[in-house]
Write a protein that binds this ligand. Structure first.
Ligand SMILES: [Fe+2]
Length: 490
């Protein structure tokens, strides 16, 4: 069976319930974890209060000013991929913890996050998690900072502010420990809640969402330290002046993320514009992308390799955008030999298109060779065995599975047993035998036939980028996603 033409719609109402149950299960697990984080936040608040219950001179003024800057930053949040948001509020928050490392800071942070939650009308569980997350982050940060000898930057009564050299000597190492704790707790708690909500490992979520932003986070550490000292040495005016270049830092992060988002959206626009021409292939590339990711994970590939397979799969049929395929794609009858010959050019056209973008060079091979057969009888180059890019060999499975499990004018969707028989029959001919054996015996095999539209890359609460990240997006329900798919898939 050639998957290139054989794609189309799907009927899937029957088996929604198991997935819905699973989604509810995930939500319950995540809610229990939110409760745990809230309890930890209360405990940490109490421990910080017990360590230093006093309200020191100048501390209220410090948290009011820095808290106001943090609120401004919260109001100027920027969206990350997949319904998460980031802000640079953690810079004044962390500076507050260095200036006044006691409970007053935690109260101010909880208050600022509460104001922000009310203003943005966020759901109760998400608001609770975000407030608890920040109190837990900065509660543990203050405890560690004090435990390793860190002291508040604010001068004692009547004393002049200490010099930058002195403050670095006294508090430099404790501040490094504090930064480590802020980042570590943020990454750990966020990755865990996302993993619980999406059936993925904490490490996988962390690698995908936090690792790319680590360099920017480390860049923020000296900025926070300097910012805290400038506030103490030069007062509110000095702090506001330093705030301006910090806004530049925020702009750098936002621009980087915007670029990534734009690139991803451009790819999706390309894919949608191809599929808009042919109702039978609508949603095909996204489904092939999802199946390819499941197979790649079943094979034990790294997240980076899974990402490579994922984008290759999304782009695999991009060559069909060419005008010459227009009539063939909408033709309901069987193709003539000439039309088949023409259709066989689409991997070459796709590879040429992909090659025009510098950052897509790595996908040229996988796109060009996604119709190569393991035994060398495929097209366009007749490559065989390991000479075929791994991503192309995976796409071959994903493409075939989608083609067989979607309805055609001349037949309904085929069953899992029929697909299995086809893969066994063509194992070593069309399909890589090692991959065939792996997926046929893998627990992931069943997931390939779950009739629900999957979240494409992990989970809607997933995020990327900076430590300032928090959960904002309202999760779409599985039912909504299914409805969306049904309406899109003709
Ligand atoms: Fe194709």
């Amino acid at each position: 069976m050639d998957a290139a033409r054989d794609t189309g719609s799907i009927t899937m109402v029957g088996a929604m319930h198991p997935n819905r149950n699973k989604a509810v299960e995930r939500q319950v697990r995540a809610a229990v974890f939110v409760g745990f984080v809230a309890a930890a936040a209360i405990l940490l608040f109490w421990l910080v209060f017990r360590a230093d219950p006093a309200v020191h001179e100048g501390s209220v003024q410090a948290v009011l000013l820095l808290g106001t800057l943090a609120l401004m930053a919260e109001a100027w949040q920027f969206m990350l991929p997949r319904s998460a948001a980031a802000s640079i509020a953690f810079i004044p928050f962390t500076a507050m913890a260095l200036v006044v490392p006691n409970w007053v800071v935690l109260a101010a942070i909880a208050g600022a996050k509460l104001i922000e939650a009310i203003y943005s009308r966020r759901a109760f569980v998400k608001s609770t998690f975000n407030i608890a997350l920040f109190v837990a982050m900065f509660g543990s940060t203050i405890l560690v900072y004090r435990a390793v000898g860190g002291t508040g930057f604010l001068p004692q009564h009547g004393q002049p502010p200490i010099s930058f050299a002195d403050v670095t000597q006294i508090n430099g190492m404790p501040a490094i420990a504090a930064f480590f704790v802020v980042f570590a707790v943020n990454m750990m708690l966020l990755s865990t809640v996302i993993a619980l909500h999406s059936d993925r490992t904490v490490m996988a979520v962390w690698r995908e969402n936090h690792l790319p932003g680590l360099a920017l986070e480390l860049l923020a550490a000296p900025i926070v330290f300097l910012f805290a000292w400038v506030y103490v040495a030069y007062g509110p005016i000095g702090a506001c002046l330093v705030w301006v270049p910090i806004l530049g830092y925020r702009h750098t992060i936002k621009t980087t993320l915007d670029l990534e988002t734009t690139n991803r959206e451009l790819l999706e626009l390309m894919i949608k514009s191809i599929e808009a021409r042919d109702p039978y292939t609508s949603g095909h590339s996204r489904r092939v992308q999802h199946y390819a990711m499941l197979i790649a994970r079943a094979l034990g590939l790294s997240e980076r390799e899974v990402e490579h397979v994922s984008t290759s799969a999304l782009l695999h049929d991009v060559g069909k955008i060419h005008e010459k395929y227009g009539k063939i794609l909408t033709k309901e009858e069987k193709l003539s030999p000439d039309e088949w010959a023409l259709m066989r050019e689409h991997p070459i056209d796709g590879a040429n298109l992909v090659a025009t973008m510098t950052r897509l060079q790595q996908f040229v091979g996988p796109v060009r060779h996604h119709h190569e057969n393991w035994d060398g009888t495929g097209y366009p180059d007749g490559l065989a065995g390991d000479l075929i890019p791994l991503a192309s060999r995976i796409i071959m499975f994903a493409d075939t599975i989608d083609a067989m499990t979607t309805a055609r004018p001349y037949r309904g969707p085929l069953s899992e047993e029929v697909v299995r028989a086809e893969i066994v029959r063509r194992r070593g001919e069309q399909f890589d035998p090692a991959i065939a054996d792996s997926i046929l015996s893998s627990p992931i095999w069943r997931q390939l036939f779950v009739p629900a539209h999957p979240s494409i890359r992990g989970h809607e609460m997933a995020l990327a980028g900076s430590t300032t990240v928090e959960v904002v997006g309202a999760s779409r329900t599985l039912a909504k996603r299914i409805a969306h798919r049904v309406s899109n898939d003709r």
